[in-house]
Design a protein. Sequence first.
Length: 80
Amino acid sequence: MSRIFREIVAFLSIKVFLAEFIRLGCCSPQPPFYRVHKSYTVAIDKIRMIDGNTIYIQYQTISVGETYEDEFFKMIREQK
């Protein structure tokens, strides 16, 4: 089985990246990624634990930014 790999290097904002990701059909309109901080977008299925405003993914801890707090926790509650 041969595979073709193409390397793409691009500098995009997180917002543009996610919009393009959806446009290309790489995921559904509800992507498995969610922006939780101005510097971080997380893969929802990789979240190991949430404690207060801290997300644990493997060995990383990420704080949920105040701007994203309400929407993120609303989405988490709706997934249960």
